[in-house]
Design a protein around this ligand. Structure first.
Ligand code: M6R
Length: 609
């Protein structure tokens, strides 16, 4: 997730670009850059680090340009560096491009472009764009961009500045947001509305496949077939702070709603075209080394630990290798039996959690290979691990982790399938089936996000509760733990998760009239057992909200409320079941007037022990 801005009009462009980027820094902040046409050539200034570093570099320079583009980056392909920062240019410096998204087929395109004589400077996927434009350009930038969009696969919001056509900017969008700001004798582009608000509230929201040509006097839009599109003006009514959150009241809610995109991005480029296998070029182990893994250890904290619990379940089931999982703060002190035949997987959104980093170092000291699943490119954990599998969730700002968790789950499935393929432990038909279902998860999360009204009723009735219990069996139990953590973390309701079969070994004593119990029952083979457990708590007059897959009607006879999730492969259910639990925690916290994004006593990243 990156921030992009563009301007064309009568005013000096540099301050407009820098101010716009400042407003978009929450979308990414590891490097930034601008491109403008000065002295009859495209000049690019880009620097690793926060926007202030770029601002200092530009300080004191005189610029006259009145058209330009700017970018603030959250690294995906290629670590944060001056060279990998955007804008990127072609061989001759005639085109500058900024891009948000992932070009999935950049590697074959890059190879082809190199064979055509193009030279690449960065490690980014984006750099194929200016070279493709250079290759295809025949005097019309709009037509060239249209042709480029037919060659590329993946997600993009891109803006192009061309030396030969200084009077226009050309932008294209597919699966990444892009907004045109309509001014008077000037026009703007941005990946998000906050960058536009101090200039205009009249916008065109570009749709997938659309290409926009922006001049000072007008904006024309065509679709993917080159046909003109008549756009309606969208008048923005949000205040600036709300706009930064994409119109949502809190970052947490925005991030919950970003999950369909984040899941898609995390899967992107990691399945072979035939849909038969997972391709993880990031794990640079030979098949022999993978087959020789004797044991896998997973280590993480908080929500990332909960993702690891799902990972244990999945990897053992698919790859038939024993997996141990530890909370990182325990692992480092318990003298684990890790050795050179072990693979250690550390999971961390921030890549900076002190205990997880210590677990990584301890594992390496004992001779194990370490695979990191993390969201922050070039974080400490990413730098020190042997192999890195990035979750492409984009920056997560709310303290409560949401999209990081579901994308970590996605990585667990990818690792499980990848190891299973090499170790020959999962029949191809099963692999194909799971991969097919993995691809549908993003859309199924969207369905859940649009159908959660039952939660509001539950929140109305139980916002005053001081305790809540989450129960489940198997994978459902691991998600129950995440649901309980979310609820206690932001609503301050005491919430506990139990393996449902454990209730009668003690916890049942706490189940009294009116206590809310959230029961997860998505696992077919454990369903009857869960129904018994629900009856057990109902007999003590608890109020039960149950989560089950679509079409499972039997549960309605025992639970007070049932929230159905779209059907999926049982192993993939956690990605779906957690979404209503995130929304439940969020709405409870709002109903109890809690500080959702910055809960008391907590920090986003725990970099001390
Ligand atoms: O950055 P990490 O994933 O390593 O962070 C781990 C935990 O601190 C984190 O998941 C924490 O539990 C969240 N606040 C939970 O929402």
């Amino acid at each position: 997730m990156c921030g992009i801005v563009g301007y064309i009009g009568p005013r000096p462009v540099t301050p407009i670009l820098l101010d716009g980027l400042k407003k978009l820094e929450y979308r990414g902040y590891d490097s930034s850059g601008i491109a403008l046409i000065e002295n009859n050539r495209i000049e690019v200034y880009k620097r690793q680090g926060k926007l202030e570093v770029l601002r200092e570099e530009l300080n004191g320079r005189e610029f006259y340009a009145t058209a330009g583009i700017g970018h603030t980056r959250w690294a995906t392909h290629g670590k944060p560096s001056d060279i990998n920062a955007h804008p990127h240019t072609d061989c001759q410096g005639r085109f500058a491009v900024i891009h948000n998204g992932i070009i999935e087929n950049y590697l074959p395109l890059k190879e082809w472009l190199i064979s055509m004589g193009h030279g690449f400077r960065s490690e980014t996927d984006t750099e194929v764009l200016p070279h493709l434009i250079e290759e295809f350009y025949e005097g019309d930038l709009v037509q060239t961009v249209l042709r480029v969009t037919r060659k590329i696969e993946g997600s993009y919001a891109m803006v192009v500045l061309a030396l030969d056509e200084p009077g226009r900017l050309v932008a294209a969008r597919q699966d990444s947001p892009l907004v045109v700001g309509l001014g008077d004798g000037e026009n703007f582009l941005a990946s998000d509305i906050p960058a536009l608000l101090c200039h205009t509230r009249n916008t065109y929201i570009l749709e997938d496949g659309e290409i926009a040509e922006i001049t000072p006097d007008g904006v024309t839009v065509i679709d993917q077939y080159g046909r003109p599109v008549a756009k309606n003006v969208f008048h923005v009514k949000w205040e600036a702070a709300q706009a930064e959150k994409g119109g949502f009241d809190h970052f947490m809610l925005k991030e919950i709603y970003e999950q369909p995109r984040a899941l898609k991005d995390t899967l992107s480029g990691r399945i072979d075209p035939d849909g038969a296998r997972v391709v993880l070029s990031e794990i640079k182990m030979t098949p022999e080394q993978i087959r020789n893994i004797k044991k896998i250890f997973i280590s993480a904290c908080g929500t990332a630990y909960h993702a690891g619990l799902v990972g244990k379940y999945i990897i053992e089931k698919m790859a038939r290798v024993p997996v141990e999982i530890d909370i990182a703060s325990e692992f480092r002190y318990r003298d684990p039996l890790v050795d050179k035949d072990s693979l250690v997987i550390v999971v961390s959104q921030s890549g900076e959690t002190a205990d997880t980093l210590a677990a990584l170092r301890e594992s390496k000291r004992r001779g194990a290979r370490v695979l990191a699943v993390t969201n922050v490119v070039d974080s400490s954990i990413a730098r020190e691990a042997d192999y890195i599998l990035y979750t492409w969730a984009g920056p997560e700002i709310a303290v409560a982790s949401t999209k990081a968790y579901t994308t970590q789950l996605m990585c667990m499935y990818l690792i499980g399938l990848y190891l299973a393929d090499i170790r020959g432990t999962l029949p191809e038909a099963d692999r194909r089936e799971i991969i097919k279902e993995l691809r549908k998860l993003s859309d199924k999360v969207k369905v859940i996000l649009n159908n959660c009204s039952i939660i509001d009723q539950f929140v109305r009735d139980y916002a005053g509760s001081e305790n809540a219990f989450f129960i489940g069996r198997g994978l459902d139990h691991t998600v129950a733990m995440e649901g309980a953590l979310k609820l206690k973390e932001i609503s301050y309701i005491h919430a506990e998760a139990y393996a449902a079969g454990e209730l009668k070994h003690g916890t049942l004593a706490l189940i009294i009239k009116g206590v809310p119990v959230i029961a997860l029952a998505t696992q077919q083979d454990l369903f009857e057992k869960m129904v018994s457990n629900i009856k057990e708590v109902k007999a003590r007059e608890a109020t039960v909200i149950a989560l089950a897959m679509d079409g499972v009607r039997e549960i309605e006879k025992v639970a007070d409320h049932v929230l159905h999730i779209p059907r999926t492969h049982p192993l993939l259910a956690p990605v779906l079941t957690v979404v209503p639990l995130q929304l439940l925690a969020y709405r409870m916290a709002v109903a109890r007037s809690c500080d959702v994004d910055q809960p008391r006593n907590l920090a986003k990243s725990v970099t001390v022990e």
